[in-house]
Write a protein that binds this ligand. Structure first.
Ligand code: PFF
Length: 446
């Protein structure tokens, strides 16, 4: 049987599709706002460049050489203790767990595409009431749109690497970029663009503390889709002879550019028509719709276009969150793609319903433990524990366990003299950084 492989551009768009997600357009602007802008953005950029880039190359390498699902790839590439190392491949589970709440949020976005056609809230207060009514009381709407997100993602997964994942990304990614760039171009014509620019790029170091630092590093990981087996699984279908370094560079470049463009544009709109940089997860669902309202009818057009772009970003990432476990069941248990896709789809879909309920009045009390409800617990466990653990495992694996000669033979031709620097940072700098982040996230998110 001929194995389906991504084309070169197909791989870059699919990996960028994975990276560019709700993290870039929904999360990045609001955490940048929360931690005061400039200094946070700078720490994030430095981390993406130095830590993210190195681990991205390592994760691609494991997939590219392993050619199988994440568990088998670790197992086959480990020269010794393969029985133990294969467990590092279960980082793929983190993606499936993230999907439990990710799909619910994609559902909210679908809902906002539809409502923004005819309605925008006239004040932030009203926007808040609308959002919170949906979140806390409207189970059926959330269920309906969560079902749509599930159906879309599961369908694409059943179509496989070429006919599903590559095809979807080849259409959705360019469309998303065109929408965002169009809106960004418009935002540059507004007076407040300069203010937004200053907010994002002039660092106020007094705002940065160890918490902001840890959050920036954690976010750099999440936004690049690292540590959950997504990039690894896609890389298993990379063309032979690919240049991993330029591929990693492109993914990094697109991911970062889109986050910055989205941030600048959103902050410009919020300065111009709203109340300035909003904080918190309500930024795109609360402050932004109220700002669009002020623009009149063009505001509706912008809102719909914006939520479509956000939905595309979410869907392309969503598929990559589930594909690693789909591949796992195909490779290890001989399941058909159809069976594996539907089973994994149903897994996140059904548990996702509990995540919806954990925000609904009357249910949330039973679904809250300590300071978090079920929805927040899933987010916390995956991003504070599983994700840094995946990153740590990969850097130790490529840095210490795999034969250096093998690593060198693939990467030296592309990294040249920088190879040794990359190898050094993978062995000594990144594991320490990951460990610190893990401790930090566990402590500060309490
Ligand atoms: N990078 C995606 C985002 O920024 O929303 C989320 C994500 C996708 C994380 C796939 C991890 C992953 F494996």
């Amino acid at each position: 049987m001929k194995i389906a492989r991504f084309s070169r551009i197909g791989f870059i768009l699919a990996a960028a599709g994975s990276a560019v997600g709700l993290g870039n357009i929904w999360k990045f602007p609001y955490i940048a706002g929360e931690y005061g802008g400039g200094a946070f953005v700078l720490v994030y950029l430095i981390t993406v460049l130095f830590v993210g880039f190195s681990i991205m190359i390592a994760e691609m390498l494991i997939g590219y050489l392993g050619r199988k699902d994440t568990v088998t790839s670790f197992e086959e590439l480990a020269p010794r203790n393969s029985g133990m190392w294969k467990y590092a491949g279960f980082q793929a589970l983190a993606g499936l767990f993230v999907m439990i709440f990710y799909s619910v949020v994609i559902g909210w976005i679908f809902h906002y595409i539809v409502t923004s056609l005819t309605y925008l809230p006239s004040t932030v207060k009203e926007a808040e009431t609308t959002f919170s009514a949906m979140l806390h009381t409207d189970f059926l709407t959330q269920l309906f749109y969560h079902t749509m997100a599930f159906s879309w993602i599961t369908y694409v997964l059943t179509r496989g690497i070429k006919g599903g994942i590559e095809k979807m990304n080849m259409v959705l990614m360019p469309t998303l970029m065109i929408i965002l760039l169009g809106m960004f171009a418009y935002s540059t014509t507004l007076d407040t663009f300069g203010k937004a620019f200053e907010f994002m790029f002039s660092p106020d170091w007094s705002k940065i503390n160890s918490e902001a630092f840890v959050v920036a590093v954690g976010h750099a990981f999440f936004t690049l889709s690292l540590g959950m087996g997504a990039i690894m699984t896609y890389s298993a279908s990379m063309e032979k002879g690919s240049n991993l370094v330029t591929n990693a560079f492109w993914v990094l470049f697109l991911d970062t550019t889109i986050a910055i463009v989205a941030g600048l544009m959103l902050f410009t709109f919020l300065y111009q028509y709203g109340a300035g940089p909003a904080k918190g997860p309500g930024l795109v669902f609360i402050s932004l719709p109220a700002a669009f309202y002020e623009m009149g009818i063009i505001g509706n057009v912008f809102a719909v276009a914006f939520f479509i772009a956000l939905a595309f970003a979410g869907l392309t990432s969503g598929v990559s969150l589930v594909e690693p476990m789909v591949q796992y069941f195909i490779d290890r248990f001989g399941w058909s793609r159809l069976k594996a896709s539907i089973s994994m789809g149903l897994f996140f879909y059904l548990i996702g319903i509990i995540a919806i309920l954990s925000n609904i009045d009357g249910f949330k009390e039973q679904l809250t433990w300590g300071s978090r409800n079920f929805f927040d617990w899933v987010d916390y466990v995956t991003s504070a524990i599983m994700l840094p653990f995946g990153g740590l495992a990969m850097s130790v694996f490529v840095g210490f366990v795999m034969e250096k000669q093998r690593v060198e033979s693939i990467l030296k031709p592309h990294l040249g003299f920088a190879f040794e620097a990359w190898y050094f940072s993978l062995r000594y700098i990144i594991p320490v950084a990951m460990f610190v982040v893990m401790l930090g996230l566990l402590g500060i998110l309490e």
